[in-house]
Ligand binder design. Sequence first.
Ligand code: NAD
Length: 264
Amino acid sequence: MAEKELGEQIDALAELIVKSRRIVVFTGAGISTESGIPDFRSPGGIWSRFDPNDFTYQQFLHSEGGRKRHWQLLKEMGEMMAVTEPNPAHHAIAELQKLGKLDCIITQNVDGFHQRAGNSEDKVIQLHGSMSWVQCLSCGKRHSMDEILEWLKQGIEVPRCVECRGILKPEVVFFGEAMPVGETMEAERRSRNCDLCIVVGSSLVVYPAAFMPMYALQSGAKLAIINEGATDMDGVAHVRIYGKAGEVLSQVMPRVRERLRWGE
Ligand code: NAD
């Protein structure tokens, strides 16, 4: 994107934010890559090292080998999340809440970075769950992911419930698993009711999550997309910024503050 055009798009997004009252921010794995957590589909992303077909809910449920593979990937991701921090993009979105502009964040991410950046729990809808907790599929006992990561570090390859030896599964939505009904319905309701939807770091190919920006647009909201790669909704966005989320939002927020100061 040419420098001048980028500046214009950043201005346009700042203006949209100032004029809006109920902003929904829709985030995907791309918002956390500047923190050091790879996304799935970019070059060098997780799917360049692992085969996505090996990571379905059905494989996890029905074979010890499937569970072992899942836990190898989960260990890697859990350890990465423990040593990384929210980046300027997460902090910019936390600032939208402080400014009273944010209706909610609808995230596909499981890293909990929005809450760690300062967004309150009730403002974050986690469509694909969270990496913080692990639940026994037999008796329902919950274990913290920190505890399970310790077991994995000690060499346990497939952790089992301490109470009943049942299968332990992190509270994240696996490929092929049903989405949480409450969160999905609430995300749709909020998307249909917002006046601006900002997509940050999502390729918009994972459904039904990617329906949310569409619902917003259909209901009359403005749509802005900040993403490095192309998305299917690029042609219908009111503002489209190709760039790194942290770098872009670090330039947007000062312009928002400035406009609000001058009462524009
Ligand atoms: P994706 O991998 O399909 O796409 C990520 C998009 O982000 C790509 O289009 C890429 O061009 C863009 N991107 C990468 N770095 C960026 C940056 N710094 N700034 C702006 N854009 C950037 O991810 P997805 O659409 O979110 O879907 C994949 C699924 O993977 C999600 O369901 C999510 O649950 C899961 N996931 C989560 C995490 C996490 O919690 N951090 C990490 C990996 C995958």
